[in-house]
Design a protein around this ligand. Structure first.
Ligand code: ZN
Ligand code: ZN
Length: 639
């Protein structure tokens, strides 16, 4: 298995990080002068563990050599020349040294051709040999020393720079070695097809993340090594007979058991009767524990009824970086124990990148600490940024201005809420809807559309779509358009029934906005909710129900009319500001031209138009000419 010589533990393939580095390819002369073989390798320090030379069976350069033997330079052992179809004849000289073990290929060839195993590298990454020239040297030192000896003996023909892809330990970056040592494994290799088929049937958000897991399971060469030579971790409840090697596993009713401390399940070895039993000192890979977490959350193994209800989990959310560990180990273990996947939907998020778009890294100086953002902008603004930053599953760079934009929106929302909650009085003036006006119907209709849009977005994990829709409605429909057009209706001199309608629309909108926003901005929405008269008896926005669209407000014709009215008012206000007039300054006249079918609506809405624009009179005229199907709306103001 893979071994980190620095941490002195076995590691799984998922813990090996592959890096590119510049190395040297040494061309070495094997055998004697009249019968030599040229071999290229980046790891001459492994010559001591060299057990064969392999060539491709169809490589005519070596056809006569197959079946003969040669001598390893410097170390002097006699080794066979073998043929194997997996030798790449284009690499180096086409003849490759098989060392136990330089890489995974060596492991395969050693088994396939029944070659001996020479343990040249110790568990702490030193050379294990009786040869005093190399004994106890570290791997890098040994390489230099072996090259020096090869040169002395005239056995280095040339050196060539080469790009190497080497496996390193995820924890300490030390190049990983392959060593042979007893370990515990889970037989995952034989489950590749089952894992692939299961992963293929699950819902992956975004869909491309599925490929990450399938590619990974299919790329694995070895079973999952689950034992670790570490101090902390779940003990492996196993004892060994020191005399005959028999394995004794703890009884299930004695678990958890720590064999480093607890007595073995039986006093004597059941096979040979020896009482010399020794507990396993290794611990499990932490993923061995984590891989049953979905089951444990669902009450397994004690609560069977709960397990039936909660397993598999509805949602498994995690980052793209741990699909090959977290998602893979959960899946493979659940398939082995329960014969089904532990989750139904996988929600895979991208990574937050640094301010310069690269991965955040201390040495790049491009990282921002979460505490700093929360302190400056608050958790809700930060969460809002994360939700709005990009499509689900893709990396997003952290940008201060985008997070600050989120904060600005929340300030706006807070101000709107203060206005509405302070105004929405109780008693005779309490919000109540009776005969809503055109603009009221438009707002309430838009609010139902918002509920539908945001609900669909959340159902599909499109958080950026959800937050954008809420922001757009709040900022534009509610604040810019509706609030400005109904301020006069909240004055004490207005018809009480009309005021109550406006208050109803405002409070309903605010309540729905808060509910839709609550999953993303839980704090500000709760604070606003608690200020609302309408919900005072209720406990929390987070335990209140999710809003449902009210279809009675979704009348297309009325929505169109309302939209046109809002557009006309907005245009008039814009024209005022273009003429350098403040929004409050009175004007003489406003002229609205449109298609005949809309004239009645504008006439019926004379009051909101005049009072919002602060105009003395309104003229509604038929538009001279406009395209079929358009509203033909034009607005003119006379100061
Ligand atoms: Zn390590
Ligand atoms: Zn025994």
């Amino acid at each position: 298995m893979n071994w980190c010589p620095r941490d002195e533990t076995a590691i799984a393939e998922a813990e090996v990080v592959h890096i590119e580095r510049q190395g040297l390819l040494y061309y070495m002369k094997f055998g004697n002068d009249d019968n030599s073989l040229e071999i290229a390798s980046t790891r001459p320090e492994l010559l001591g563990a060299c057990v064969a030379i392999a060539v491709h069976p169809e490589d005519t350069r070596y056809s006569k050599r197959v079946g003969t033997s040669t001598i390893v330079p410097v170390f002097g052992q006699k080794i066979p020349v073998i043929a194997d179809e997996e030798v790449d004849p284009t690499f180096g000289t086409g003849a490759v040294m098989v060392c136990t073990f330089g890489d995974k290929m060596d492991v395969k060839w050693q088994k396939k051709h029944g070659l001996p195993v020479i343990k040249e590298i110790t568990e702490n990454g030193r050379i294990d040999t009786s040869d005093p020239r190399f004994k106890g040297l570290k791997i890098e030192e040994a390489r230099r020393k072996v090259v020096e000896e090869l040169k002395k003996a005239g056995r280095i023909l040339r050196e060539e720079p080469v790009k190497q892809n080497i496996g390193t330990c995820w924890r300490c970056n030390t190049p990983v070695e392959i060593i042979s040592r007893p370990q515990w494994f889970m037989k995952t290799k034989q489950m590749t097809d089952e894992v692939t088929a299961s992963a293929d049937q699950l819902r992956w958000v975004p869909p491309f993340s599925k490929k990450r897991l399938i590619d990974w399971t299919q790329s694995l060469d070895w079973d999952w090594v689950v034992s670790r030579q570490r101090i902390f971790g779940t003990p492996i409840p196993v004892w060994y007979c020191k005399k005959c090697g028999e394995t004794l596993v703890a009884d299930e009713n004695h678990l958890p058991s720590d064999p480093r401390r607890d007595p073995p399940p039986r006093e004597k070895c059941p096979k040979c009767g020896s009482s010399d039993l020794k507990g396993d000192t290794d611990v499990f890979d932490t993923w061995m524990d984590s891989s049953i977490s979905a089951a444990v959350h669902a009450g397994w193994p004690s609560d069977k009824a709960l397990f039936v209800k909660l397993f598999p989990a509805d949602l498994q959310p995690n980052g793209l970086d741990i699909v090959r560990t977290w998602d893979y180990y959960l899946l493979v273990r659940s398939l082995a124990i329960f014969h089904k996947a532990p989750y139904k939907t996988l929600l895979i998020n991208g990574m937050v990148r640094g301010t310069d778009g690269r991965m955040m890294h201390k040495s790049y100086g491009n990282f921002v600490e979460t505490g700093e953002v929360i302190k400056k902008l608050g958790a809700d603004a930060f969460r809002q940024w994360a939700a709005s930053g990009g499509a689900t599953g893709y990396d997003i760079p952290f940008r201060w201005n985008e997070a600050e934009h989120g904060k600005k929106f929340l300030t706006k929302l807070w101000n709107i809420a203060r206005f509405i909650t302070q105004d929405s009085t109780t008693g005779a003036n309490a919000p109540k809807l009776t005969q809503p006006s055109t603009i009221d119907r438009w707002l309430l209709g838009s609010l139902q559309e918002l509920i539908t849009t945001v609900t669909n977005a959340f159902d599909n994990f499109q958080f950026n779509t959800a937050i954008e829709a809420v922001r757009d409605f709040t900022w534009h429909s509610l604040a810019d358009d509706y609030l400005e057009a109904v301020k006069y209706r909240l004055q004490p001199d207005n018809d009480p029934a009309d005021s109550r309608n406006a208050r109803f629309c405002l409070t309903q909108s605010l309540l729905v906005i808060c509910k839709l926003l609550a999953p993303i901005c839980p704090h500000i929405t709760e604070a606003i909710y608690q200020e609302m008269q309408e919900v005072r008896e209720r406990r929390s926005i987070h335990s209140d129900g999710w809003p449902e669209p009210d279809k009675s407000f979704q009348d297309n014709v009325q929505m169109q009319e309302g939209k046109l009215l809002v557009e006309a008012i907005a245009t008039a206000r814009r024209k005022k500001s273009e003429k350098g007039l403040s929004l409050k300054s009175p004007i003489r006249r406003v002229i609205i031209r449109t298609q005949p079918s809309h004239l009645g609506m504008f006439e019926a809405n004379q009051e909101p138009i005049l009072r919002t624009i602060k105009a003395e009179s309104l003229a509604v005229e038929e538009t001279p000419s406009s395209e079929e199907g358009t509203t033909g709306l034009t607005v003119e103001i006379v100061p």
